[in-house]
Ligand binder design. Structure first.
Ligand code: NAD
Length: 466
Protein backbone atom coordinates (compact mmCIF):
# COMPACT_ATOMS: atom_id res chain seq x y z
CA UNK A 1 0.00 0.00 0.00
CA UNK A 2 1.12 3.56 -0.62
CA UNK A 3 -0.22 6.96 0.31
CA UNK A 4 0.67 10.13 -1.58
CA UNK A 5 0.20 13.75 -0.59
CA UNK A 6 -2.64 15.05 -2.72
CA UNK A 7 -1.30 18.61 -2.75
CA UNK A 8 2.13 17.65 -4.13
CA UNK A 9 1.79 14.16 -5.55
CA UNK A 10 4.77 13.09 -3.41
CA UNK A 11 4.94 9.70 -1.75
CA UNK A 12 4.06 10.07 1.94
CA UNK A 13 3.85 6.54 3.29
CA UNK A 14 4.43 2.94 2.26
CA UNK A 15 3.33 -0.21 4.06
CA UNK A 16 1.74 -3.63 3.91
CA UNK A 17 -1.86 -4.60 4.40
CA UNK A 18 -2.32 -6.44 7.71
CA UNK A 19 -3.66 -9.91 8.45
CA UNK A 20 -7.30 -9.98 9.50
CA UNK A 21 -6.95 -13.39 11.17
CA UNK A 22 -3.98 -12.30 13.20
CA UNK A 23 -5.66 -9.08 14.31
CA UNK A 24 -8.73 -11.01 15.42
CA UNK A 25 -6.67 -13.59 17.34
CA UNK A 26 -4.91 -10.80 19.19
CA UNK A 27 -8.17 -8.97 19.92
CA UNK A 28 -9.92 -12.10 21.21
CA UNK A 29 -7.01 -12.80 23.57
CA UNK A 30 -7.15 -9.24 24.94
CA UNK A 31 -10.89 -8.81 25.34
CA UNK A 32 -11.63 -10.45 28.69
CA UNK A 33 -8.89 -8.64 30.63
CA UNK A 34 -9.95 -5.29 29.22
CA UNK A 35 -13.64 -5.87 29.88
CA UNK A 36 -12.89 -6.91 33.50
CA UNK A 37 -10.93 -3.79 34.31
CA UNK A 38 -12.89 -1.29 36.38
CA UNK A 39 -14.35 1.43 34.15
CA UNK A 40 -12.40 4.04 36.15
CA UNK A 41 -9.17 2.41 35.03
CA UNK A 42 -10.21 2.43 31.38
CA UNK A 43 -11.21 6.09 31.67
CA UNK A 44 -7.84 6.91 33.20
CA UNK A 45 -6.13 5.30 30.21
CA UNK A 46 -8.19 7.15 27.57
CA UNK A 47 -7.43 10.38 29.44
CA UNK A 48 -3.75 9.54 29.10
CA UNK A 49 -4.43 9.05 25.39
CA UNK A 50 -5.84 12.60 25.22
CA UNK A 51 -2.62 13.85 26.84
CA UNK A 52 -0.52 11.87 24.39
CA UNK A 53 -2.39 13.45 21.45
CA UNK A 54 -1.92 16.87 23.06
CA UNK A 55 1.84 16.23 23.20
CA UNK A 56 1.88 15.12 19.57
CA UNK A 57 -0.60 17.75 18.36
CA UNK A 58 1.75 19.47 15.96
CA UNK A 59 3.12 16.48 14.03
CA UNK A 60 -0.34 14.92 14.10
CA UNK A 61 -1.97 17.98 12.49
CA UNK A 62 0.81 18.20 9.93
CA UNK A 63 0.33 14.56 8.97
CA UNK A 64 -3.45 15.00 8.61
CA UNK A 65 -2.89 18.07 6.40
CA UNK A 66 -0.33 16.26 4.26
CA UNK A 67 -2.33 13.07 3.81
CA UNK A 68 -5.75 14.65 3.18
CA UNK A 69 -4.73 17.93 1.51
CA UNK A 70 -6.82 19.97 3.97
CA UNK A 71 -5.34 23.24 5.28
CA UNK A 72 -3.21 23.06 8.41
CA UNK A 73 -5.62 25.30 10.36
CA UNK A 74 -8.35 22.78 9.73
CA UNK A 75 -6.18 19.78 10.53
CA UNK A 76 -5.44 21.44 13.89
CA UNK A 77 -9.16 21.63 14.63
CA UNK A 78 -9.40 17.93 13.84
CA UNK A 79 -6.70 17.15 16.43
CA UNK A 80 -8.58 19.30 18.98
CA UNK A 81 -11.71 17.29 18.26
CA UNK A 82 -9.79 14.04 18.89
CA UNK A 83 -8.72 15.35 22.31
CA UNK A 84 -12.17 16.76 23.13
CA UNK A 85 -13.82 13.44 22.34
CA UNK A 86 -12.42 11.85 25.50
CA UNK A 87 -14.21 13.98 28.12
CA UNK A 88 -17.42 14.02 26.10
CA UNK A 89 -17.36 10.22 25.91
CA UNK A 90 -16.72 9.90 29.65
CA UNK A 91 -19.81 12.03 30.33
CA UNK A 92 -21.85 10.22 27.69
CA UNK A 93 -20.94 6.80 29.10
CA UNK A 94 -22.22 7.79 32.54
CA UNK A 95 -25.32 9.51 31.19
CA UNK A 96 -26.36 6.99 28.54
CA UNK A 97 -25.07 3.67 29.84
CA UNK A 98 -24.35 4.17 33.51
CA UNK A 99 -25.54 1.85 36.26
CA UNK A 100 -28.84 2.12 38.09
CA UNK A 101 -29.90 0.33 41.25
CA UNK A 102 -33.47 0.14 42.52
CA UNK A 103 -33.60 -1.10 46.08
CA UNK A 104 -36.55 -2.65 47.81
CA UNK A 105 -36.45 -4.53 51.11
CA UNK A 106 -38.74 -7.31 49.99
CA UNK A 107 -37.76 -7.70 46.38
CA UNK A 108 -33.99 -7.44 46.83
CA UNK A 109 -32.22 -5.27 44.31
CA UNK A 110 -33.04 -4.52 40.74
CA UNK A 111 -30.02 -3.35 38.78
CA UNK A 112 -29.37 -2.06 35.31
CA UNK A 113 -25.81 -2.42 34.09
CA UNK A 114 -24.21 -2.43 30.66
CA UNK A 115 -21.81 -4.90 29.10
CA UNK A 116 -19.42 -4.39 26.20
CA UNK A 117 -20.06 -6.30 22.97
CA UNK A 118 -16.52 -7.66 22.66
CA UNK A 119 -14.50 -7.19 19.48
CA UNK A 120 -15.48 -4.07 17.53
CA UNK A 121 -14.37 -3.40 13.95
CA UNK A 122 -14.14 0.32 13.23
CA UNK A 123 -14.10 1.23 9.52
CA UNK A 124 -13.00 4.78 8.88
CA UNK A 125 -13.41 7.30 6.04
CA UNK A 126 -10.75 9.58 4.58
CA UNK A 127 -12.26 13.02 5.13
CA UNK A 128 -11.72 13.10 8.91
CA UNK A 129 -9.29 10.22 9.15
CA UNK A 130 -8.59 10.75 12.87
CA UNK A 131 -11.66 12.43 14.39
CA UNK A 132 -14.37 10.19 12.96
CA UNK A 133 -12.93 6.76 13.74
CA UNK A 134 -11.82 8.15 17.09
CA UNK A 135 -15.47 8.99 17.75
CA UNK A 136 -16.20 5.25 17.69
CA UNK A 137 -12.95 4.02 19.26
CA UNK A 138 -12.96 6.10 22.46
CA UNK A 139 -16.53 5.25 23.53
CA UNK A 140 -15.98 1.60 22.54
CA UNK A 141 -12.89 1.41 24.77
CA UNK A 142 -14.54 3.14 27.73
CA UNK A 143 -17.40 0.64 27.52
CA UNK A 144 -14.89 -2.24 27.67
CA UNK A 145 -14.68 -3.37 24.04
CA UNK A 146 -11.48 -4.11 22.18
CA UNK A 147 -11.11 -2.43 18.81
CA UNK A 148 -9.68 -3.31 15.42
CA UNK A 149 -9.54 -0.07 13.45
CA UNK A 150 -9.20 -0.23 9.68
CA UNK A 151 -8.46 3.24 8.37
CA UNK A 152 -9.44 4.26 4.86
CA UNK A 153 -6.99 2.95 2.27
CA UNK A 154 -6.56 6.64 1.32
CA UNK A 155 -5.34 7.68 4.79
CA UNK A 156 -3.35 4.80 6.32
CA UNK A 157 -0.62 7.03 7.78
CA UNK A 158 -3.07 9.01 9.93
CA UNK A 159 -4.72 5.76 11.04
CA UNK A 160 -1.40 4.33 12.12
CA UNK A 161 -0.48 7.54 13.97
CA UNK A 162 -3.77 7.57 15.88
CA UNK A 163 -3.35 4.00 17.09
CA UNK A 164 0.25 4.66 18.14
CA UNK A 165 -1.08 7.42 20.40
CA UNK A 166 -3.46 4.93 22.04
CA UNK A 167 -0.70 2.39 22.57
CA UNK A 168 1.79 5.01 23.82
CA UNK A 169 -0.70 5.99 26.52
CA UNK A 170 -0.59 2.50 28.02
CA UNK A 171 -3.63 0.97 26.31
CA UNK A 172 -2.40 -2.53 25.42
CA UNK A 173 -1.63 -3.28 21.77
CA UNK A 174 -4.25 -6.02 21.65
CA UNK A 175 -6.94 -3.64 22.91
CA UNK A 176 -6.64 -1.15 20.03
CA UNK A 177 -5.07 -2.34 16.81
CA UNK A 178 -4.63 -0.69 13.47
CA UNK A 179 -5.37 -3.08 10.63
CA UNK A 180 -4.13 -1.58 7.39
CA UNK A 181 -5.95 -2.52 4.23
CA UNK A 182 -8.67 -1.71 1.77
CA UNK A 183 -12.15 -2.92 0.94
CA UNK A 184 -11.12 -6.61 1.08
CA UNK A 185 -9.88 -6.31 4.66
CA UNK A 186 -13.01 -4.32 5.52
CA UNK A 187 -15.23 -7.06 4.12
CA UNK A 188 -13.31 -9.79 5.91
CA UNK A 189 -13.72 -7.98 9.24
CA UNK A 190 -17.44 -7.45 8.70
CA UNK A 191 -17.98 -11.13 7.96
CA UNK A 192 -15.74 -12.61 10.62
CA UNK A 193 -17.54 -14.71 13.23
CA UNK A 194 -15.41 -13.34 16.07
CA UNK A 195 -16.26 -9.71 15.31
CA UNK A 196 -19.16 -8.65 17.52
CA UNK A 197 -19.80 -5.20 16.10
CA UNK A 198 -19.15 -3.06 13.03
CA UNK A 199 -18.90 0.71 13.47
CA UNK A 200 -18.76 2.23 10.03
CA UNK A 201 -18.40 5.79 8.75
CA UNK A 202 -18.40 6.17 5.00
CA UNK A 203 -20.49 6.15 1.85
CA UNK A 204 -24.07 4.92 1.64
CA UNK A 205 -22.95 2.45 -1.04
CA UNK A 206 -20.52 0.67 1.29
CA UNK A 207 -22.80 1.02 4.32
CA UNK A 208 -25.69 -0.64 2.52
CA UNK A 209 -23.39 -3.46 1.34
CA UNK A 210 -22.38 -4.04 4.98
CA UNK A 211 -25.98 -3.91 6.16
CA UNK A 212 -27.04 -6.42 3.52
CA UNK A 213 -24.24 -8.78 4.42
CA UNK A 214 -25.21 -8.72 8.09
CA UNK A 215 -28.97 -8.85 7.56
CA UNK A 216 -29.10 -12.53 8.53
CA UNK A 217 -26.89 -11.99 11.57
CA UNK A 218 -28.78 -9.92 14.12
CA UNK A 219 -26.19 -10.73 16.79
CA UNK A 220 -23.77 -8.15 15.45
CA UNK A 221 -24.26 -4.55 16.40
CA UNK A 222 -23.96 -2.36 13.30
CA UNK A 223 -23.70 1.42 13.38
CA UNK A 224 -23.71 3.07 9.96
CA UNK A 225 -22.83 6.76 9.63
CA UNK A 226 -23.28 7.58 5.95
CA UNK A 227 -23.54 10.50 3.56
CA UNK A 228 -26.10 13.14 2.73
CA UNK A 229 -27.59 15.30 -0.01
CA UNK A 230 -28.12 18.14 2.41
CA UNK A 231 -30.30 21.16 1.66
CA UNK A 232 -30.28 24.77 2.79
CA UNK A 233 -33.63 26.50 2.38
CA UNK A 234 -33.21 30.21 1.84
CA UNK A 235 -36.04 32.58 2.82
CA UNK A 236 -36.01 36.38 2.97
CA UNK A 237 -33.52 37.99 5.30
CA UNK A 238 -31.99 41.44 5.60
CA UNK A 239 -28.63 39.79 6.48
CA UNK A 240 -27.59 38.75 2.98
CA UNK A 241 -23.81 38.87 3.59
CA UNK A 242 -24.04 36.71 6.70
CA UNK A 243 -26.35 34.28 4.94
CA UNK A 244 -23.89 34.06 2.04
CA UNK A 245 -21.00 33.36 4.44
CA UNK A 246 -23.00 30.64 6.18
CA UNK A 247 -23.85 29.04 2.83
CA UNK A 248 -20.18 29.15 1.81
CA UNK A 249 -19.12 27.54 5.09
CA UNK A 250 -21.74 24.85 4.60
CA UNK A 251 -20.89 24.02 1.01
CA UNK A 252 -17.14 24.51 0.69
CA UNK A 253 -15.41 23.90 4.03
CA UNK A 254 -13.07 20.88 3.68
CA UNK A 255 -13.47 21.35 -0.10
CA UNK A 256 -17.04 20.08 0.31
CA UNK A 257 -15.81 16.77 1.70
CA UNK A 258 -18.01 16.70 4.77
CA UNK A 259 -20.93 14.36 5.16
CA UNK A 260 -22.94 17.36 6.41
CA UNK A 261 -21.88 19.72 3.60
CA UNK A 262 -24.71 21.58 1.88
CA UNK A 263 -25.21 20.17 -1.61
CA UNK A 264 -28.42 22.01 -2.52
CA UNK A 265 -29.35 25.64 -1.98
CA UNK A 266 -33.11 25.95 -2.31
CA UNK A 267 -34.01 29.60 -2.78
CA UNK A 268 -37.43 31.27 -2.77
CA UNK A 269 -37.94 33.43 -5.79
CA UNK A 270 -38.15 36.73 -3.88
CA UNK A 271 -34.57 36.55 -2.62
CA UNK A 272 -32.85 34.72 -5.48
CA UNK A 273 -31.40 37.84 -7.14
CA UNK A 274 -29.84 38.94 -3.89
CA UNK A 275 -28.45 35.73 -2.41
CA UNK A 276 -27.10 33.91 -5.46
CA UNK A 277 -24.85 36.80 -6.61
CA UNK A 278 -23.70 37.32 -3.00
CA UNK A 279 -22.72 33.64 -2.64
CA UNK A 280 -20.97 33.74 -6.01
CA UNK A 281 -19.06 36.88 -5.12
CA UNK A 282 -17.83 35.42 -1.87
CA UNK A 283 -17.01 32.02 -3.41
CA UNK A 284 -14.83 33.79 -5.99
CA UNK A 285 -12.75 35.21 -3.17
CA UNK A 286 -12.03 31.87 -1.49
CA UNK A 287 -8.39 30.88 -1.57
CA UNK A 288 -7.75 27.33 -2.70
CA UNK A 289 -4.22 26.32 -1.89
CA UNK A 290 -1.79 23.84 -0.48
CA UNK A 291 -2.15 22.93 3.21
CA UNK A 292 0.90 24.80 4.50
CA UNK A 293 0.57 27.96 2.40
CA UNK A 294 0.98 31.29 4.16
CA UNK A 295 -1.52 32.95 4.31
CA UNK A 296 -3.62 29.87 4.87
CA UNK A 297 -6.15 28.90 2.21
CA UNK A 298 -9.86 28.45 2.87
CA UNK A 299 -9.73 25.01 1.34
CA UNK A 300 -7.19 22.54 -0.02
CA UNK A 301 -7.46 19.62 -2.41
CA UNK A 302 -10.02 16.90 -2.70
CA UNK A 303 -8.61 13.55 -1.68
CA UNK A 304 -7.06 12.37 -4.97
CA UNK A 305 -6.92 12.80 -8.74
CA UNK A 306 -9.50 10.12 -9.41
CA UNK A 307 -12.00 11.94 -7.16
CA UNK A 308 -11.19 15.26 -8.85
CA UNK A 309 -11.77 13.62 -12.27
CA UNK A 310 -15.12 12.24 -11.14
CA UNK A 311 -16.25 15.57 -9.73
CA UNK A 312 -15.22 17.43 -12.89
CA UNK A 313 -17.15 14.87 -14.97
CA UNK A 314 -20.18 15.22 -12.68
CA UNK A 315 -20.11 18.99 -13.15
CA UNK A 316 -20.20 18.55 -16.93
CA UNK A 317 -22.91 15.89 -16.68
CA UNK A 318 -25.15 18.22 -14.65
CA UNK A 319 -24.70 20.95 -17.27
CA UNK A 320 -25.52 18.52 -20.06
CA UNK A 321 -28.78 17.70 -18.26
CA UNK A 322 -29.87 21.33 -18.27
CA UNK A 323 -28.00 22.79 -15.30
CA UNK A 324 -26.75 26.38 -15.76
CA UNK A 325 -23.24 27.13 -14.55
CA UNK A 326 -23.13 29.98 -12.04
CA UNK A 327 -19.47 29.30 -11.25
CA UNK A 328 -17.43 26.79 -13.22
CA UNK A 329 -15.46 24.08 -11.50
CA UNK A 330 -11.84 24.79 -12.38
CA UNK A 331 -8.84 22.56 -12.01
CA UNK A 332 -5.72 24.68 -12.44
CA UNK A 333 -3.33 21.70 -12.59
CA UNK A 334 -4.56 18.49 -14.23
CA UNK A 335 -1.96 16.50 -12.29
CA UNK A 336 -3.20 17.61 -8.86
CA UNK A 337 -6.67 17.44 -7.25
CA UNK A 338 -7.21 21.16 -6.50
CA UNK A 339 -10.73 22.16 -7.50
CA UNK A 340 -12.27 25.60 -7.29
CA UNK A 341 -15.68 26.04 -5.62
CA UNK A 342 -18.43 25.58 -8.18
CA UNK A 343 -22.12 26.43 -8.40
CA UNK A 344 -24.78 25.19 -10.79
CA UNK A 345 -28.34 26.42 -11.07
CA UNK A 346 -30.15 23.10 -11.33
CA UNK A 347 -33.70 24.55 -11.48
CA UNK A 348 -34.25 23.64 -15.12
CA UNK A 349 -32.54 20.26 -15.01
CA UNK A 350 -34.63 17.47 -16.47
CA UNK A 351 -33.99 15.25 -13.50
CA UNK A 352 -31.77 15.98 -10.57
CA UNK A 353 -29.91 12.86 -9.52
CA UNK A 354 -30.23 12.26 -5.78
CA UNK A 355 -26.59 11.40 -5.22
CA UNK A 356 -23.93 12.71 -2.91
CA UNK A 357 -21.31 14.63 -4.92
CA UNK A 358 -18.55 14.69 -2.32
CA UNK A 359 -16.69 17.86 -3.27
CA UNK A 360 -16.98 21.63 -3.75
CA UNK A 361 -20.13 21.65 -5.88
CA UNK A 362 -23.31 23.44 -4.86
CA UNK A 363 -26.57 23.11 -6.79
CA UNK A 364 -29.07 25.97 -6.61
CA UNK A 365 -32.79 25.32 -7.03
CA UNK A 366 -35.22 28.21 -7.38
CA UNK A 367 -38.73 27.71 -5.98
CA UNK A 368 -41.87 29.84 -5.71
CA UNK A 369 -42.49 29.68 -2.00
CA UNK A 370 -41.77 28.00 1.34
CA UNK A 371 -44.15 25.09 0.61
CA UNK A 372 -42.24 24.22 -2.54
CA UNK A 373 -38.93 24.71 -0.70
CA UNK A 374 -39.80 22.15 1.97
CA UNK A 375 -41.00 19.67 -0.64
CA UNK A 376 -37.72 20.15 -2.51
CA UNK A 377 -35.64 19.85 0.68
CA UNK A 378 -37.25 16.47 1.35
CA UNK A 379 -36.80 15.34 -2.24
CA UNK A 380 -33.93 13.03 -1.29
CA UNK A 381 -33.47 9.53 0.07
CA UNK A 382 -30.85 10.89 2.46
CA UNK A 383 -31.53 12.84 5.66
CA UNK A 384 -28.39 13.90 7.48
CA UNK A 385 -28.52 17.68 7.92
CA UNK A 386 -30.62 20.60 6.71
CA UNK A 387 -30.62 24.31 7.48
CA UNK A 388 -33.13 27.10 7.15
CA UNK A 389 -31.68 30.54 6.45
CA UNK A 390 -33.77 33.63 7.09
CA UNK A 391 -37.46 33.54 7.92
CA UNK A 392 -39.21 33.92 11.26
CA UNK A 393 -39.41 31.67 14.33
CA UNK A 394 -42.68 30.18 13.08
CA UNK A 395 -40.98 29.34 9.77
CA UNK A 396 -38.26 27.44 11.59
CA UNK A 397 -40.87 25.69 13.70
CA UNK A 398 -42.53 24.49 10.51
CA UNK A 399 -39.20 23.58 8.94
CA UNK A 400 -38.25 21.61 12.06
CA UNK A 401 -41.48 19.61 11.88
CA UNK A 402 -41.56 19.02 8.15
CA UNK A 403 -37.94 18.71 7.02
CA UNK A 404 -36.53 15.20 7.36
CA UNK A 405 -33.02 15.06 8.82
CA UNK A 406 -31.11 14.20 11.99
CA UNK A 407 -29.63 17.72 12.20
CA UNK A 408 -31.93 20.70 11.62
CA UNK A 409 -30.42 24.18 12.02
CA UNK A 410 -31.65 27.74 11.74
CA UNK A 411 -29.35 30.45 10.38
CA UNK A 412 -26.42 28.13 11.09
CA UNK A 413 -24.36 25.99 8.70
CA UNK A 414 -25.39 22.44 7.86
CA UNK A 415 -21.98 21.26 9.09
CA UNK A 416 -19.86 21.78 12.21
CA UNK A 417 -22.06 19.64 14.46
CA UNK A 418 -21.35 19.52 18.17
CA UNK A 419 -19.81 16.37 19.67
CA UNK A 420 -21.96 17.00 22.73
CA UNK A 421 -25.10 16.12 20.74
CA UNK A 422 -26.03 12.90 18.97
CA UNK A 423 -24.92 12.83 15.35
CA UNK A 424 -26.79 10.84 12.75
CA UNK A 425 -29.41 10.97 10.08
CA UNK A 426 -32.44 9.24 8.64
CA UNK A 427 -33.02 7.63 5.26
CA UNK A 428 -29.80 6.56 3.55
CA UNK A 429 -27.74 8.62 6.00
CA UNK A 430 -27.70 6.06 8.78
CA UNK A 431 -29.38 3.13 10.50
CA UNK A 432 -30.71 4.95 13.55
CA UNK A 433 -27.58 4.45 15.57
CA UNK A 434 -26.37 8.02 15.89
CA UNK A 435 -22.75 8.64 16.82
CA UNK A 436 -21.11 11.42 18.90
CA UNK A 437 -22.93 11.74 22.25
CA UNK A 438 -25.08 8.67 21.58
CA UNK A 439 -22.13 6.49 20.51
CA UNK A 440 -22.24 5.11 24.06
CA UNK A 441 -25.54 3.42 23.17
CA UNK A 442 -24.08 1.16 20.50
CA UNK A 443 -20.90 0.43 22.44
CA UNK A 444 -22.64 -1.48 25.24
CA UNK A 445 -25.82 -3.46 25.75
CA UNK A 446 -28.11 -3.20 28.76
CA UNK A 447 -28.39 -6.09 31.22
CA UNK A 448 -31.24 -6.08 33.72
CA UNK A 449 -30.77 -8.06 36.95
CA UNK A 450 -32.78 -8.74 40.07
CA UNK A 451 -30.62 -9.81 43.00
CA UNK A 452 -30.93 -11.13 46.58
CA UNK A 453 -28.13 -12.26 48.85
CA UNK A 454 -30.00 -15.52 49.69
CA UNK A 455 -32.86 -17.34 47.99
CA UNK A 456 -36.04 -16.32 49.82
CA UNK A 457 -39.24 -17.71 48.36
CA UNK A 458 -42.35 -19.75 49.07
CA UNK A 459 -45.23 -20.95 46.92
CA UNK A 460 -48.23 -18.94 48.04
CA UNK A 461 -51.00 -20.54 46.02
CA UNK A 462 -51.87 -23.84 44.33
CA UNK A 463 -50.08 -26.23 46.74
CA UNK A 464 -51.59 -29.57 48.02
CA UNK A 465 -52.03 -29.75 51.79
CA UNK A 466 -49.49 -31.67 53.93
P1 NAD B 1 -16.11 4.54 1.77
O1 NAD B 1 -17.49 4.04 1.97
O2 NAD B 1 -15.53 4.41 0.43
O3 NAD B 1 -15.11 3.82 2.79
C1 NAD B 1 -15.24 3.88 4.20
C2 NAD B 1 -14.50 2.71 4.82
O4 NAD B 1 -15.19 1.48 4.57
C3 NAD B 1 -13.09 2.52 4.28
O5 NAD B 1 -12.27 2.11 5.35
C4 NAD B 1 -13.26 1.39 3.27
O6 NAD B 1 -12.10 0.64 3.07
C5 NAD B 1 -14.34 0.54 3.92
N1 NAD B 1 -15.20 -0.20 2.98
C6 NAD B 1 -15.61 0.19 1.75
N2 NAD B 1 -16.44 -0.74 1.23
C7 NAD B 1 -16.58 -1.71 2.16
C8 NAD B 1 -17.31 -2.94 2.21
N3 NAD B 1 -18.08 -3.35 1.21
N4 NAD B 1 -17.20 -3.71 3.32
C9 NAD B 1 -16.44 -3.30 4.36
N5 NAD B 1 -15.71 -2.17 4.35
C10 NAD B 1 -15.78 -1.38 3.27
O7 NAD B 1 -16.14 6.07 2.28
P2 NAD B 1 -15.05 7.22 2.00
O8 NAD B 1 -15.10 7.53 0.55
O9 NAD B 1 -13.77 6.89 2.66
O10 NAD B 1 -15.66 8.43 2.83
C11 NAD B 1 -16.51 9.40 2.29
C12 NAD B 1 -17.96 9.06 2.61
O11 NAD B 1 -18.12 8.99 4.01
C13 NAD B 1 -18.96 10.10 2.15
O12 NAD B 1 -20.05 9.43 1.61
C14 NAD B 1 -19.34 10.83 3.42
O13 NAD B 1 -20.61 11.42 3.38
C15 NAD B 1 -19.29 9.71 4.41
N6 NAD B 1 -19.10 10.25 5.75
C16 NAD B 1 -20.12 10.10 6.66
C17 NAD B 1 -19.99 10.62 7.94
C18 NAD B 1 -21.07 10.50 8.99
O14 NAD B 1 -20.72 10.57 10.18
N7 NAD B 1 -22.32 10.34 8.64
C19 NAD B 1 -18.82 11.30 8.28
C20 NAD B 1 -17.81 11.41 7.32
C21 NAD B 1 -17.96 10.86 6.08
Amino acid sequence: MISTEPATGKLLWKGEAGSVEQAIDTAVKAKTDWARQPVGQRIELVRRFANEVRKQAEPFAELIARETGKPLWEAKTEVEAVIGKVEISVTAYAERTGQKKLNSALQGTAALRHKPHGVMAVLGPYNFPAHLPNGHIVPALIAGNVVIFKPSEKTPAVGEFLVKCFNASGIPQGVVQCLLGGVEEGKALVEHAMVDGVLFTGSARAGIAINRKLASNPAKIVALEMGGNNPIVMLDTPKIEDAAATIIQSAFTTAGQRCTAARRLIVVDSIYDKIVPAVKQLAEKLIVGEPFADPQPFMGTVIDNQTADLLSESFVALISRGGKPVMHMKRPDEQLPFLSPSIIDATEMSDRPDIELFGPLLQVIRVNDFDAAITEANNTRYGLSASLMGGKPEDFERFWFEARAGILNWNRPTNGASSAAPFGGVGLSGNHRPAAFYAADYCAYPVASTEMDQPRASIGIGLKEG
